[in-house]
Ligand binder design. Structure first.
Ligand code: HEC
Ligand code: HEC
Length: 366
């Protein structure tokens, strides 16, 4: 009965489709899922994680079945992409560098987004324009460059017509009904389940420095990062999010004298926010090249060279990157120190997250 219903919707939706901008027909696809759901030991609805995982990796979510979330957020790259701008469904490029996804919420479970002052997700996107993950995860779907869905109603009909979602929605929500709220909840659950907390650096923090975990060069890099050059005043690597509310979420680091993309200003409309971008988490940073909101730097060495010689005197340049006479504080990092900093940044790579089968593609060919 359930299958017949699905087939009927599927046929009636696509027989009448003649507008090329409408959603294209789903393809034959095989899923590779474990026979038993993964155990999360967390208070979630029955099998929300599996549904979220399939949605995240499913290209059929885009209007022409070409792009999934994972096209631009690749597990092996810390859920970022390895190009300055990623390619969307119509071969057009995104206007910013894809962001890594990890630790977007430190406590998985029911979240009351309406509680004043309780903002567990922090700010999302380079300019912080979204705050609530359940709203945010639908944005790439309807984005005209990314996945191109014009109309969420035909989208939910399309998903209803894809045979494997019947069981997945039933296992997650108790019945086959596909709604945008359910899609958002499942996607957002998956995104929140991407956690990084098992890096070499985490091990170092856990051991409290009592047992030497870092090599001498890595330890030297950590010292430079934390103390001598105070990178940690912005990139709070001990925090799961990579920044601390205390040190602020956004900063202008003087990439240009005038930015072509003004980041936070495009949201707040305040001149004082021009050129400010979200302070990126440096977890898995060794995997997420190229760097910055526009992917302008190909390597970590290039990033260090920016802090050494490239900082421009933008009116909003952060005070932490200014000298007492207000001039840009170009940090005199030596070649050996540069090597130590880069070596330290590699200790923030999390092999467990990158290799976690729970976070991997369930599609045989994807
Ligand atoms: C075509 C490439 C592309 C696709 C497809 C895509 N994204 Fe993104 N994603 C980006 C880019 C680029 C950004 C940064 C955009 C900005 O800041 O304006 C981003 C940002 C994000 C962020 C913000 C992370 C942070 O730390 O603030 C999350 C979460 C995210 N995407 C999840 C998703 C999900 C879920 C999907 C699928 C529904 C998806 N993305 C599909 C390119 C893509
Ligand atoms: C004033 C705050 C601040 C300080 C101090 C700072 N950074 Fe940054 N860092 C940022 C911001 C903001 C960005 C993103 C800027 C953009 O894209 O426009 C960034 C980007 C980066 C990136 C690229 C990350 C990515 O995913 O693209 C690396 C690596 C980095 N910083 C390392 C360092 C190191 C090493 C130091 C110390 C020498 C340092 N930062 C000091 C704020 C800061």
């Amino acid at each position: 009965m359930k299958t017949q219903h699905a087939v009927f919707v599927f046929v009636s939706l696509f027989l009448g489709a003649c507008d090329p901008s409408e959603l294209q027909q789903p393809q034959e696809i095989t899923l590779q899922l474990p026979s038993q759901p993964y155990s999360y030991n967390l208070p979630v609805k029955d099998d929300l994680p599996t549904l979220g995982r399939v949605l995240f990796y499913d290209r059929q979510l885009s209007i022409n079945n070409s792009i999934s979330c994972s096209s631009c957020h690749k597990q092996e790259l810390g859920f970022a992409d390895n190009v300055p701008f990623s390619t969307g469904f119509a071969a057009r490029l995104t206007s910013r560098n894809s962001m890594p996804i990890q630790n977007l919420n430190t406590s998985i479970g029911p979240i009351d987004d309406t509680t004043p002052g309780f903002e567990p997700q922090g700010f999302l996107f380079w300019d912080g324009r979204e705050r609530v993950l359940n709203n945010m995860v639908l944005k790439p779907l309807i984005n005209h460059v990314e996945m191109g869905v014009n109309d969420l109603q035909s989208f939910t009909k399309k998903v209803t017509g894809i045979p494997y979602y019947g069981d997945l929605f039933t296992n997650a929500f108790g019945d086959v009904k596909v709604t945008k709220e359910r899609v958002a909840e499942a996607l957002s659950w998956f995104v929140k389940s991407i956690k990084s907390n098992q890096t070499k650096f985490d091990q170092h923090v856990k051991c409290g420095g009592l047992v030497p975990v870092l090599s001498p060069l890595e330890a030297e890099g950590w010292h430079l990062f934390l103390e001598k050059y105070n990178c940690n005043s912005c990139h709070h690597v001990q925090q799961p999010t990579g920044y601390s509310m205390f040190g602020g979420t956004f900063a202008n680091i003087g990439l240009d004298k005038e930015y072509s993309d003004n980041g936070v200003q495009s949201v707040s409309k305040r001149a004082g926010d021009a050129g400010k971008f979200k302070i990126p988490s440096l977890r898995n940073v060794a995997l997420t090249a190229p760097y910055m909101h526009d992917g302008r730097f190909a390597t970590l060495g290039d990033v260090i060279d920016h802090y050494k010689t490239g900082i421009a005197n933008h009116p909003n340049l952060d005070i932490r990157l200014r000298n007492s006479d207000n001039s840009p504080r170009r940090i005199p990092i030596t070649d050996t120190e540069k090597q130590a900093l880069i070596t330290f940044l590699h200790t923030l790579t999390d092999p467990n997250m990158i290799g976690d089968p729970k976070l991997s593609s369930p599609f045989k060919t994807n």
